[in-house]
Ligand binder design. Structure first.
Ligand code: ADP
Ligand code: ASP
Ligand code: MG
Length: 412
């Protein structure tokens, strides 16, 4: 007997037939004698529609009310999955974040989990009942509903698995594992049997949406065994009944690839602050106010100066672009720039691999592969196990495919 958390993403619960399919999968695990808790996302498209309601009414809406709206998607699915399980003869009960309680900090819209009381859920499972938990949501110190950031149901699932000392956390999605890159844009992507926490963490943080970054961070810290697998079986193009991908410790992986994966993100925007005085303190004058306004800055370059002024180029989340511009405009007197340019039609392409620590030449292979296709690099950033470049968004797929080939990742 094992204790398992089964998480189902948006496409896996997109309609009633798929919800019945989820119930059948859960029933199989229950009949095999396992204790099962289920975590669900909103039905596919629902969260996007809810977010759009908020932004259409007010682009700079109140984050507390945003959470009140967007958390509802998961609430619907939890109830529906519980009904489908009951209909299939499985004892089940739905749970919202506040009922557990899954406590978070006060950062509405991107809250962090602070504590989970696993006792009630464990007691229910021991009675033979399946708890069906609304992912993505919790309750903040102000006693109001919070959400964990887009893709946050993965984090709910891993956190619950840790709190309930589950043997496994199975993330069911619309692909049958973690690939060398997004299999939807590179048909030659290869499925990985295993991936190291560190690599998955880096891939997720640069845009591979298959797992939310925080879920990987948490799994690594709490030693949760995470598996990514398909909820569709063989009846879906990218589905299969084969085992999925396990996220494991680095030393469980025999052969370290230099580059193990490639990711892209179209969620960033580029800002150039033109002709700022080239003097000590200028970076603090620009980035201090942005940070105070909770705008995360990612890649940064400062251009060479000729006449005592310089251009500072950096990226922010696309959703933060309007706010970032407003913050900079409000500080024109202290920063002293000539103008602000921005471009949201950019993509960040990243190559990731722990083998980079001990191999030179990874970046130059990247630059050459992009140059050979005439793709211009606008900004570069690197870490110990990652190289990222910013390019025009139109070239995203071409760039990812070219790099996948250049690093020898294509499936035979
Ligand atoms: P869910 O709704 O189940 O949470 P997501 O859409 O959040 O599903 O994540 C699954 C998607 O992640 C896949 O459909 C795929 O397009 C994308 N993806 C991006 N990078 C990868 C990768 N390296 N391996 C597998 N899938 C990836
Ligand atoms: N429904 C939420 C989202 O679309 C959370 C999730 O799917 O993980 O971001
Ligand atoms: Mg997801």
């Amino acid at each position: 007997m094992a204790r398992i958390v089964m998480k189902f993403g948006g496409t896996s619960v997109a309609d009633l037939d798929r919800i019945r399919n989820v119930a059948a999968r859960v029933k199989r695990e229950v009949n095999a004698g396992n204790e099962v808790a289920v975590v669900v996302s909103a039905m596919s498209g629902v969260t996007n529609a809810l977010v759009k309601y908020c932004t259409d009414l007010s682009p700079l809406h109140d984050a507390r009310e945003y959470d009140a709206v967007v958390a509802t998607g998961e609430q619907v699915t939890a109830g529906l999955v519980a009904i489908a399980l009951q209909e299939a003869g499985v004892d089940a009960r739905s749970w919202q974040g506040w009922q557990i309680a899954l406590k978070t900090d006060n950062a509405h819209g991107k809250a962090r989990i602070e504590a989970i009381d696993g006792a009630t859920l464990i007691a229910r499972m021991q009675m033979g009942q399946v708890p069906v938990i609304a992912g993505f949501q919790g309750i903040g110190p102000d006693n109001r509903v919070t959400t964990l950031g887009r893709g946050g149901s993965d984090t709910s699932a891993v956190a619950l698995a840790a709190a309930m000392q589950a043997d496994r956390c199975d993330i069911y999605t619309d692909v049958d594992g973690i690939y060398t890159t997004d299999p939807r844009i590179v048909p030659k992507a290869r499925k990985l049997q295993k991936i190291a926490y560190e690599e998955m963490l880096e891939l997720a943080s640069v845009g591979a949406k298959v797992l939310q970054t925080r879920s990987v961070e948490l799994a690594m810290k709490q030693r949760v065994r995470v598996q990514v697998l398909s909820s569709f079986g063989n009846d879906n193009l990218l589905g299969s009944d084969l085992p999925g991908t396990l996220v494991v410790d680095e030393d469980e992986i025999m052969e370290q690839a230099i580059v193990s994966g490639i990711a892209y993100s179209r969620d960033e925007a580029k800002i150039t602050v033109r002709r700022v005085p080239d003097r000590p303190g200028i970076a603090a004058a620009i980035f201090g106010p942005l940070s105070d306004a909770s705008v995360n800055v990612d890649m940064i370059v400062q251009n060479v100066s000729a006449d005592g002024t310089t251009d500072m180029t950096f990226t922010v989340g696309r959703a933060d672009l309007a706010r970032a511009r407003a913050v900079l405009d409000a500080h024109i007197a202290t920063i002293g720039f000539a103008e602000i340019l921005s471009d949201a039609d950019v993509a960040k392409i990243s190559v990731v691999g722990t083998g980079m620590r001990s191999h030179a030449g990874v970046a130059s292979t990247m630059f050459k592969a992009l140059a050979d296709r005439g793709i211009n690099i606008q900004v570069i950033s690197t870490s110990e196990i990652k190289v990222s470049v910013l390019i025009a968004a139109d070239y995203t797929e071409l760039a990812v495919r070219a790099l996948h080939t250049a690093y020898g990742l294509d499936a035979a």
